[in-house]
Design a protein around this ligand. Sequence first.
Ligand SMILES: *Cc1c(COP(=O)(O)O)cnc(C)c1O
Length: 365
Amino acid sequence: MIPFLDLNQINKPYLEAIEEVSLRVLRSGWYILGRELQDFESAFAEYCGAPYCIGVANGLDAIGLILRAYDFPAHSEIIVPGNTYIASLLPVSYLGLVPVLIEPDPYTMLIDPQKIERSITSETRAILCVDLYGRSCEMEAVNEIALRYNLKVITDAAQAHGAVYNGRKVGSIADATAFSFYPTKNLGALGDAGAITTSDGALAEKIMYLRNYGSKERYKNDYLGVNSRLDEIQAAILGVKLPFLDTENKRRREIARCYLSGITLENLILPPDDRIDEDAWHLFVVRHPDRNALIKHLGASGVQTNVHYPLPVHKQKAYADINHLSLPLTESIHQQVISLPLNPVLTDEEISYIVGAVNQFGNQK
Ligand SMILES: *Cc1c(COP(=O)(O)O)cnc(C)c1O
């Protein structure tokens, strides 16, 4: 069986270095908000081309802390893509803000800038872009709308470390960008971790305090903050892996290229191929009208797949208040998507095998 993702294999090349830095932290006697975190924050800021980076506990908190720092009035509307993972919307809801869901571009499956403007009202304060599957949203169009309506642009880049848009790395394009370093992401820790990048110094400073109980000075709390810190061991581990992110993303791009040129199955929609060397290819998401049969066929052929995601956020039980919304494009995407294995440890033989297995669908008799 070719596994969808094997974290043991993913982390194998780094194990010795990870052991070394973990031991360094263990022996240092300093576990939270120290040198390791500062070093990683500087390295990740530089990697993204962003002046500031603040490490936080996870990707969900990264989004939430950006929204908290902006301190929008209650009931402000935040424009969000309908096609995303629930973590993009939850922080909006927690803070008493209103997520306004819009349909994706049918080609990229990402937020469609042409559909943003009609959803803007006098209550709108921000556009939340999600660089889903590892591809940057159309930021030129989004930023132009935001400028015209005086809105903040926030990006959920939990799946897009190292993706590039118009020559700029994700993390340096929006007003503030949220990253997750959950173990399965392109840059993954060995536990939970996240970060925020921004070029706004005042925002960065506020988030630094907010992640640590709103405290500027020990035992003096200027804001109603939270506890969302990236610990020293995870920061040190991320520092080991960051220098290899571009090499790993390069391998992801090679694999994407093989899939895009090799897969010829009729009725199968491939992901966009116009920016192969800029997208970070966190996931390789294809669409097929008989998705479940294709999953079964691939499973029987020894290829493990996944579905990102089977049920849209607005149809989740947790979001009963918006279950009535109708987003036909978003809903059809959720019915048709399959994620093929795409990760830097796949071998050339496995890739050819997967291409062959997909192309065989329907002719296996
Ligand atoms: C993983 C992910 C998150 C949440 O990250 P956590 O670190 O698990 O909190 C948010 N948004 C998207 C699109 C993700 O893929």
